[in-house]
Design a protein around this ligand. Structure first.
Ligand code: KG4
Ligand code: ZN
Length: 330
């Protein structure tokens, strides 16, 4: 069975994992950088890139050791080649290239979004193409019809902020701290979602896309009004995001012909209210609902290793001069 080493460093998580072609995760190592970025209320690219340089090498060694696999036993090395913060992407990709060169094994340059898109198939062997994927993270908010490895049809994207970005900015505005998503979700549990009137941008719009910038501005105005509890604003904000995601997903389902399942991936998929809404939506549409376990939803290297395994099995490897890309639409 093939064994793939996966590397991830496109944002603020440094990660290495060993994954097999038959869905076994032999090891996965991850180092977050929350403490380093927390004083700034968000990810600082330069700090992130320097941290990746320091941490990635030892993480690769630890992942190989825990899996009991030598580099010479690995079949291919899969590294995120974009999109993301370019300094971080370069660290992971250059590390992948060096390991490929030293071991004589092929490199698989993985699109980070493809990692998220295929990760549900690592967790669920029964998940067949095509499926409708809601990819909601800090950098992306998209609806994709996943038709096969390397075959992704984008049905919708955000015209401004990503959903996770809106969570992070709301947390910052409300003084809840960083990382924002889990803090807002926690605060929302103590709040009344109907207490603060907030907009639902593009709800019911004939065009398929998402928009969250107007919602963020409304959160700012609600805060500055000085009459609402932070918990109520958080609850109202989360409900508005859930309503928007629901409306846009229902719209996409109409053009997702042949979809076997409704699937969610990306960091915001860790949100309980988002998951619950999608589960109901899938049941109403007569579709299976598939959500990877929480740790596989946020950035990690197992999903990059798995995307690498799927690409390797399809005969897709990449030359050592493959560039790192800050932008790289699927
Ligand atoms: O996929 P991910 O780890 O990194 C990107 O590729 O962006 O997603 C991180 C995003 C952040 O914006 C974070 O606030 C959000 O996912 N997130 C959440 C939750 N956990 C993480 N958003 C809402 N509720 C959560 N529980
Ligand atoms: Zn991600």
């Amino acid at each position: 069975m093939t064994v793939i080493l996966g590397l991830e460093s496109s944002c603020d998580e440094t990660a290495a994992a060993l994954v097999t072609g038959d869905r076994r995760i032999l090891s996965h190592k991850l180092a977050g950088q929350e403490a380093a970025h927390a004083p700034y209320g968000g990810v600082v690219p330069e700090i992130a890139a320097r941290a990746h340089v320091e941490i990635l090498g030892p993480l690769v060694e630890a992942a190989l050791e825990e899996a009991g696999v030598a580099l010479s036993d690995v079949d291919a090395i899969a590294a995120t080649a974009g999109p993301g913060l370019i300094g971080g992407v370069m660290v992971g990709l250059v590390t992948g290239k060096a390991l490929a060169l030293a071991s004589g094994k092929p490199l698989v340059a993985v699109n980070h979004l493809e990692g998220h898109a295929l990760s549900p198939r690592l967790a669920d062997p029964d998940l067949q193409f095509p499926y409708l994927l809601l990819l909601v993270s800090g950098g992306h908010c998209q609806l994709l019809l996943v038709e096969g490895v390397g075959r992704y049809r984008r049905l919708a994207t955000t015209i401004d902020d990503a959903a996770g970005e809106a969570f992070d900015k709301t947390a910052k505005l409300l003084g809840l701290g960083y990382p924002g998503g889990p803090r807002v979700e926690e605060a929302a549990k103590q709040g009344d979602p109907l207490a603060v009137p907030l907009p639902r941008p593009l709800l019911g719009s004939p065009e398929p896309h998402f928009s969250f910038a107007g919602l963020k501005s409304a959160v700012l105005r609600a805060r500055d009004a000085g009459v609402y509890r932070a918990e109520d604003i958080a609850a109202g904000f989360q409900k508005a995001v859930v309503d928007c995601l629901e409306d846009r997903t229902i719209r996409a389902l109409r053009s997702a012909h042949g979809a076997t399942a409704l699937v969610v991936a990306g960091g915001v998929a860790a949100n309980g209210a988002v998951r619950a809404m999608l589960e109901t939506l899938a049941a109403n549409a007569g579709l299976r609902f598939v959500a990877p376990p929480l740790w596989l939803c946020t950035d990690n290297a197992a999903m990059i290793g798995w995307a690498g395994a799927e690409r390797f099995a399809a005969g897709l490897t990449d030359p050592l001069d493959t560039p790192a890309r800050a932008r790289w639409p699927l």
